[in-house]
Ligand binder design. Structure first.
Ligand code: CTP
Length: 399
């Protein structure tokens, strides 16, 4: 019953393998999942909605133009309720729809509206499967973080023998479990994550800060907790909810962040510094609000402590991960910081790229290590970028 309480949307499309979706539905419900079926019109030529309706005891989502499903907008509600969406079997046409973001049926609208993980299990004739158009569409989906369960080799409905048979249902279930029930590879580890901007006050009303939203650091904290780590999040001011199971320490200035991090340092195995710490602060903070006539035209600044550089000096066996948000010479600058701050990994991003950097839900990063390797991570939601970073951390912890 390891999928107990999980809400899964099962998309069924017009392939001869559509009948296998019934058995998949049974395997998922047997594990405790609550499954809602969505069919394309082509799928109804192979199996009837009634079969799925009888098995799930709820209406199949099929007709975009019906309000029968809900008093609200059906595809939006369905996608928001789901923990995962699986399309099995997925035809070449549906894969193209998803890759292009066409919103011309219930299933593709749900895909566009959803923020949950997506698993796609293709099934088609081998020549169609091998066609570059199909492979490019699959690559697009993969790069977007969709988990593709490769079809199997074997005899096909056409009489040909090749790759295109829907994967074994056990493999599709395993892929779903892998996405929904992350490995506990950080169990027993204490990970400190910093996130958000710092604020350096000028007076009780004004401050110097930066455009960090904290989304990347919060995503790392959430992902690390989901993988079994005990997470301490030292957060600058953000508007984000604290992820479940994470201990948070709220700070405002770089100095406060420095003190909070150093106070917890001895107990940590890993420190991931996603915060955008101010490098300078006003030399003086006025006790009372500065009035217009007395406001200085120039602000004298002094450096803040470089927290990560200090951690690098006290490194020991601890794993240190830094972030470098750059607009020019991204790799060269990130590499210099990796060496200067004595880090194990540096996550570099070009904040001038669309979809990357501050206040976006996605990020486009490169992960650098001291051996000179560069892992190019495609544009992904920050939560998935977080998992890519933690995959590297978990591998280092195993050494
Ligand atoms: N960092 C820190 N303390 C500071 C400044 C930065 O701990 N006072 C950390 C950040 O959290 C990040 C890494 O150092 O993980 C790199 O931050 P960045 O601002 O890019 O580097 P700087 O060394 O400040 O270089 P510059 O601002 O000149 O690019």
């Amino acid at each position: 019953m390891n999928l107990q309480g999980k809400r899964i949307l099962l998309g069924v499309t017009g392939s001869i393998a559509a009948y296998k979706a019934m058995e998949l539905l049974r395997l998922l419900t047997k594990r405790g999942a609550e499954v809602q079926v969505v069919m394309t019109e082509a799928a109804t030529k192979f199996v009837t909605p009634l079969t799925f309706e009888t098995l799930t005891r709820q209406p199949v989502l099929l007709d975009m133009w019906s309000l029968a499903y809900s008093h609200r907008i059906g595809h939006i509600e369905a996608s928001q309720r789901a923990d995962l969406c699986v399309v099995a079997p997925a035809t070449a046409r549906t894969i193209a729809r998803l890759a292009l973001g066409l919103a011309d049926d219930f299933l593709s609208c749900i895909y566009l509206a959803s923020r949950c993980p997506v698993v796609v299990a293709p099934a088609m004739d081998c020549d169609m499967y091998e066609h570059p158009a199909l492979q490019e569409n699959l690559k697009r989906l993969r790069d977007r973080g969709v988990r593709i369960v490769e079809p199997d080799l074997g005899p096909l409905a056409s009489g040909l023998v090749g790759r295109g048979r829907l994967a074994e249902l056990a493999d599709i279930v395993a892929a779903i479990e892998g996405v929904l029930l992350p490995v506990q590879d950080l169990e027993g580890r204490i990970i400190l994550v910093t996130a958000g901007p710092t604020r350096e006050p000028l007076d009780p009303v004004r401050y110097l800060s930066n455009r960090s939203s904290g989304k990347m650091g919060y995503a790392v904290a959430e992902a690390a907790a989901a993988r079994g780590a005990r997470v301490i999040l030292v957060s600058g001011p953000t508007a984000l909810p604290v992820p479940p199971g994470v201990d948070v320490i709220h700070v405002e200035t770089a100095q406060e962040m420095y003190e909070a991090v150093l106070a917890k340092l001895a107990m940590t195995h890993v420190v991931i510094k996603a915060a955008a710490v101010a490098d300078y602060r006003p030399k003086q903070k006025a006790e009372r609000k500065l009035k217009k006539e007395q406001t200085v035209r120039e602000i004298a600044l002094e450096p803040t402590p470089d927290i990560l550089a200090e951690l690098g000096r006290q490194k020991g066996h601890r794993i240190l991960v830094g972030f470098a948000a750059e607009t020019d010479d991204v790799v060269a600058n990130a590499r210099k910081k990796l060496q200067r701050k004595n880090l194990d990994l540096m996550v570099a991003n070009d904040v001038s790229q669309p979809g990357a950097g501050f206040d976006t839900d996605t990020n486009l990063v490169k992960i650098l290590d001291p051996q000179g390797n560069i892992e190019e991570v495609p544009l992904l939601p920050k939560r998935q970028v977080a998992d890519r970073i933690l995959d590297r951390v978990a591998a280092l912890l195993k050494k």
